[in-house]
Design a protein around this ligand. Structure first.
Ligand SMILES: [Zn+2]
Ligand SMILES: [Zn+2]
Length: 381
C-alpha cells in the first residue's frame, strides 16, 4: 500500500536526521526511494545537497514544489520505535514529513495524464540556517528550471489537523540575528573601578531592547526581539569582566520594518555604550526575508483546498517564524501555506515534537490539486 510505504519512509528519515548543510545521506535515501522512473530526471548537489526531481509531461507551464532536507541540533526525548538514532540531532520541524509527502508526489504524478507541463520537486538543503534557498537559487542549474510557480507548505502545530492555512500577504516574518560584542577593560576584582566592566551596560541594553517588543501581529510596529545567548567575563574570580556579548533574533512583519527596528536598536547601543565608554561591535547574520505570497498562487491553493474538501482558514497576518522560502518569493511567483498538525501536537522545535503521519495524504491531495489547476488550465499569470 502506497501510504504505508510513505509512512515507513517518513519514519526512516526521522531515524536518520542530518543537520543543515550536511544532508548527504538524506538526499541519497530520497534517490534510493524514488528509484528508476523513466519519466523522472534527478538533479543532485543543488546548492550543496539539494535534489530536484523533474517530471515532464511535455513542454508547458513549470510548477515547482519545495520541501526541506534538514533536521535540528535538538536531542529527541520521544521513546517510540522510530526515534532519532543520532545523539543531539532530530527532525523537530517535520521536514521528514514534508519530504515523505514530496516523495509521494512522484507516485501521484505517475498516475496523471496531463497533456503538457512540467513538475519539479525540489528538496532544499539548509533551511534552518537560512542558507539553503539562496544557495539553491544561485546554482546555475536552478536558473535553467525557469519555474512559473513555486509552492511550499509548513505543518503548523496548534491548528486543527488537516486545516489549510492561507496567509493573505506574508506567510512568514522577516528574521535576522545579531551578535553584539561590548569591550571595556579588565581589572582586579577588588578594584572594578580601575577597569571598565560591561555588566551594567549589558543590563540596560537588555531592558531597552525588551521594551521594543510588540507581539501583536496586527500592530504596525510588530516586533519580537528575543535574547538567545549571552556571555561576560570568565570564571576567574579575581578578575572584573572586561568584555561581554549579547545575541538576539529580531522578527518583524516586513523588510522595511526590520530596517527601521535595526536603526532603533543601533541608536540604543550607541547611547548606552557611549554612556559607559565601551567599544561596541555588532554583526548581523542569518537573514530570512519575509515570504511574500503571490495573490494568484493563493487563489490556486484555496481552490485546491475546496476541491479536496479540506477545511480552510485565511489569516490576515504572517506566522512569527522565519522561512528561507522568502528568497524564492522575492524572485518568482510563489506562495507558502500551512497545514494544521493538530491542536495537541507539540510545538515546532520542541524536544517531543513528531510529524503526524495523517498529514501525508493531505499534503499529496493539496499539492495534487495545485498542479491539476495549473497544468489543466494554463492560466495567463
Ligand atoms: Zn524549523
Ligand atoms: Zn521547518
Amino acid at each position: 500500500m502506497r501510504l504505508e510505504k510513505l509512512k515507513t519512509f517518513r519514519r526512516e528519515l526521522h531515524q536518520h536526521p542530518e543537520l543543515s548543510g550536511k544532508e548527504e545521506e538524506t538526499a541519497k535515501r530520497i534517490r534510493d526511494f524514488i528509484g528508476e522512473d523513466p519519466n523522472t530526471t534527478i538533479i543532485s548537489g543543488l546548492g550543496s545537497h539539494g535534489l530536484a526531481l523533474v517530471y515532464e509531461f511535455s513542454p508547458g507551464p513549470v510548477v515547482m514544489l519545495r520541501c526541506e532536507l534538514d533536521a535540528l541540533p535538538i536531542e529527541e526525548v520521544n521513546t517510540f520505535e522510530h526515534r532519532s538514532n543520532r545523539p543531539g540531532i532530530s527532525h523537530k520541524c517535520g521536514h521528514d514529513g514534508h519530504m515523505a509527502i514530496m516523495a509521494g508526489m512522484i507516485f501521484w504524478l505517475q498516475e496523471q495524464t496531463f497533456k503538457k507541463g512540467k513538475v519539479i520537486l525540489l528538496f532544499q538543503p539548509a533551511e534552518e540556517t537560512g542558507k539553503g534557498a539562496a544557495a539553491v537559487i544561485k546554482d546555475p542549474r536552478f536558473k535553467s528550471f525557469r519555474p512559473d510557480f513555486i509552492f511550499a507548505f509548513h505543518n503548523i502545530p496548534g491548528e486543527p489537523l488537516h486545516r489549510i492555512l492561507v496567509a493573505e500577504t506574508n506567510f512568514s516574518t522577516t528574521v535576522q540575528s545579531v551578535a553584539i560584542k561590548l569591550t571595556g577593560s579588565k581589572s582586579h576584582a577588588s578594584e572594578p573601578e580601575k577597569g571598565n566592566n560591561p555588566a551594567v551596560a549589558m543590563a540596560e541594553i537588555v531592558l531597552a531592547f525588551e521594551a521594543l517588543n510588540q507581539h501583536l501581529l496586527s500592530a504596525l510596529n510588530f516586533a519580537v526581539i528575543t535574547p538567545v545567548y549571552s556571555t561576560m567575563g570568565s570564571k576567574d574570580y579575581g578578575i572584573s569582566a572586561g568584555s561581554g556579548e549579547l545575541h538576539y533574533t529580531v522578527r518583524t512583519g516586513s523588510d522595511e520594518n526590520v530596517d527601521r527596528l535595526k536603526a532603533k536598536l543601533h541608536t540604543i547601543l550607541q547611547q548606552i555604550t557611549k554612556k559607559y565608554a565601551l567599544q561596541c561591535d555588532s554583526r548581523w547574520f542569518d537573514y530570512f526575508p519575509a515570504t511574500f505570497n503571490n495573490k494568484n498562487c493563493n487563489t490556486i491553493i484555496q481552490r485546491a483546498a475546496e476541491l479536496n474538501d479540506l477545511p480552510l482558514r485565511i489569516q490576515p497576518h504572517a506566522f512569527r517564524f522565519g522561512e528561507d522560502f522568502g528568497w524564492f518569493s522575492r524572485k518568482y511567483r510563489a506562495a507558502m501555506f500551512g497545514i494544521g498538525a493538530g491542536e495537541n501536537c507539540p510545538a515546532l522545535h520542541k524536544e517531543d515534537y513528531d510529524f503526524p503521519d495523517e498529514l501525508i495524504p493531505t499534503g499529496i491531495k493539496i499539492f495534487g490539486g495545485i498542479i491539476s489547476q495549473i497544468l489543466k488550465e494554463t492560466p495567463e499569470n
